[in-house]
Design a protein around this ligand. Structure first.
Ligand SMILES: Nc1ncnc2c1ncn2[C@@H]1O[C@H](COP(=O)(O)OP(=O)(O)OP(=O)(O)O)[C@@H](O)[C@H]1O
Ligand SMILES: [Mg+2]
Length: 403
């Protein structure tokens, strides 16, 4: 189906928009990466004693677990053999970084060392079992992981919220949000949810050639219904790892929702995805302000018009200081569009606006706010993703400013 066909369909068809979402691919309950036969046998006995279903056991240690979790869905619990690892705690950190929210990690290994035990606990494992591993020890470790209400540090980890907001309309906020979400999902193999908060005229689904998800409005007006079952029914899926929540509510009715509702929604999404990328309308409203308030990263998109610069300053002042917990990243898009009439970067610097990224105006490359291909835009998106994820790019590029 092409974009034009899609444009016609929801508005012209009186029947309800059919559901587009396939069910979310499920998670394995338990996965183990073990290096020796004895541990594997103990694990098999433990699993049949506890009658845990949906279990996968692989031969290999933490290296293999890291490789696996870098591309595949995380199981609910991972048992990982750290024997022979030279830097087990740092590898556990690496593993934790890759895990989806809510994963419990149990380590097994051959070193009986209290220092190591402490380091592993600090890195977030819920238990460390010294070999020889027995079915009983494993059963204890697994039952304590399922029974502790607060969980281990790794399992308490939540997905990051990135809120993209434009200083003005039409500066490319939606294009940036879509491309950032796509990049994190397809180039960094993260599970990403793109949340289009413009329930009436949002473009995210259209740009990705997906049908909007009618349940979003319903959930935001009735937030007690927001749970994993709702998500499974409502999200639209693009490829394997990019999920989209958007709506196309009628223009003649209000589509308002409360700050509490959207916070509840984001709270649930953070337990399911590595990243939630919200395309936030720039119109003032308590719900939109709340999303910007609770975001880990706020990406302000602006162009170099006087109006845009003025509103960027106002947005920045409204956000307060950028810090480790809540970072602001300024992207100047469509640079060069205004020619000599545009404000220069030097002039912007005089009002303390120093964009982290500047993307040139490339009218021939864009017709709609969809996925960009091989342009300065994609390069900037890659760098922005690196900044947000902490996975640094190798090269310094020309459009990089600040820092
Ligand atoms: N660097 C660029 N060069 C040329 N065109 C661009 C660039 N970035 C985005 N565009 C185009 O600008 C238009 C507006 O983009 P987009 O819809 O992402 O902006 P927006 O800020 O989300 O707008 P709105 O205020 O309507 O939500 C789109 O057609 C998009 O393809
Ligand atoms: Mg937009």
């Amino acid at each position: 189906m092409n974009a034009v066909q899609l444009l016609k369909s929801p508005l012209q068809t009186p029947a309800p928009i059919e559901k587009t979402a396939k069910p979310l691919p499920g998670r394995v309950r338990l996965m183990a990466f073990v290096l020796d036969g004895q541990s594997e046998a103990a694990l098999n006995t433990c699993i049949s004693n506890l009658s845990v279903s949906s279990v996968t056991i692989r031969r290999g240690g933490i290296d293999k677990a890291i490789k696996y979790l870098g591309v595949e869905r995380s199981p609910e619990t991972v048992i990982v053999d750290i024997s022979g690892s030279e830097m087990p705690a740092s590898q556990v950190h690496q593993l934790a970084e890759l895990c989806e929210p809510g994963v419990t990690v149990v380590a097994i290994g051959d070193r009986n060392d209290i220092g190591l035990y402490r380091d592993l606990k600090q890195a977030g494992v819920s238990e460390y079992i010294v070999k020889p591993v027995t079915a009983l020890l494993l059963a204890k470790a697994l039952s304590s992981t399922y029974n502790t209400a607060e969980g281990s540090p790794i399992s308490r980890k939540l997905g990051k919220l990135v809120a993209a907001v434009g200083a003005r309309g039409g500066v490319g906020t939606t294009t940036l949000a879509i491309n950032l979400a796509w990049y994190l999902a397809n180039r960094q193999n993260r599970r990403v949810l793109l949340l289009d908060l413009d329930l009436q005229t949002g473009d995210c689904a259209l740009a990705l050639n997906l049908k909007p998800t009618p349940g979003l409005r319903e959930a935001l007006t009735n937030p007690v219904r927001i749970d994993n079952v709702f998500l499974e029914r409502t999200v639209a899926i693009h490829g394997e790892r990019l999920f989209v929540l958007s709506a196309e509510e009628p223009l003649h009715a209000d589509a308002e929702f409360t700050a509490e509702a959207v916070e509840t929604l984001v709270g649930v999404l953070r337990t399911q995805f590595h990243y939630v990328i919200a395309d936030v309308p720039r119109i003032p409203g308590a719900a939109f302000r709340r999303v910007l308030d609770i975001a880990d990263n706020r990406v302000i998109v602006a162009d170099q018009t006087l109006r845009s610069v003025r509103d960027t300053v106002r947005l920045r002042d409204a956000f307060g200081e950028s810090g480790e917990a809540r970072r602001h990243l300024l992207v100047v898009n469509r640079s060069g569009e205004g020619g000599r009439l545009a404000m220069t970067l030097d002039e912007m610097a005089k009002v303390q606006l120093r964009p982290e990224f500047v993307i040139p105006f490339q009218p021939k490359r864009f017709t709609t706010p969809g996925l960009a291909h091989n342009t300065a835009f994609t390069e900037a998106v890659a760098a922005l993703a690196a900044e947000i994820s902490g996975r640094m790019l190798q090269k310094n590029r020309w459009w990089r400013f600040g820092k």
